[in-house]
Design a protein around this ligand. Structure first.
Ligand SMILES: [Zn+2]
Length: 140
């Protein structure tokens, strides 16, 4: 009988109170879902940013203080400088030389466009793998 008594103590809710509670619960659930969504979106943006940075770093290595695109931009001027046709700014020529010494992809691109123009010590670096293969072949 005590449970019936407790039920008798219940009062009617004021009009609209239940729908307000449902509205508040729905809003809280929506907010929680949005927080999750924003968290996932932020993680995705962060991953993409890190990926772009990593790829950008790899693709444009800064040897000699210049990136690969900067180096390749000056191929013609460096060719003219190497063939003594037109002198190049000393600092830029030094940067180009350092870049080509350290960057195999730019060095091979330059060699492809202007074969035999690079100084022997730079060209020798290109020939090393071929030489190594030749040595390997003579062993067998
Ligand atoms: Zn390069």
């Amino acid at each position: 009988m005590s449970t019936n008594q407790q039920h008798d103590d219940w009062r009617d809710c004021p009009i609209g109170e239940l729908s307000q509670m449902v509205g508040r619960l729905n809003a809280a659930q929506r907010q929680a879902r949005m927080k999750q969504l924003y968290g996932k979106a932020a993680a995705c943006v962060l991953l993409v940013a890190v990926g772009v940075f990593a790829v950008g770093t790899v693709l444009s290595s800064r040897y000699g203080g210049i990136t690969c695109p900067e180096c390749q931009e000056h191929f013609v001027a460096f060719y003219d400088h190497q063939t003594k046709a037109t002198a190049m700014d000393d600092a830029l020529a030094s940067s180009m030389t350092k870049h080509l010494e350290n960057c195999g992809s730019c060095r091979s691109a330059f060699e492809k466009s202007y074969p035999g123009v690079l100084p022997a010590e730079l060209s020798d670096q290109l020939a090393v793998p071929i030489f190594a293969v030749a040595n390997f072949a003579t062993l067998y």
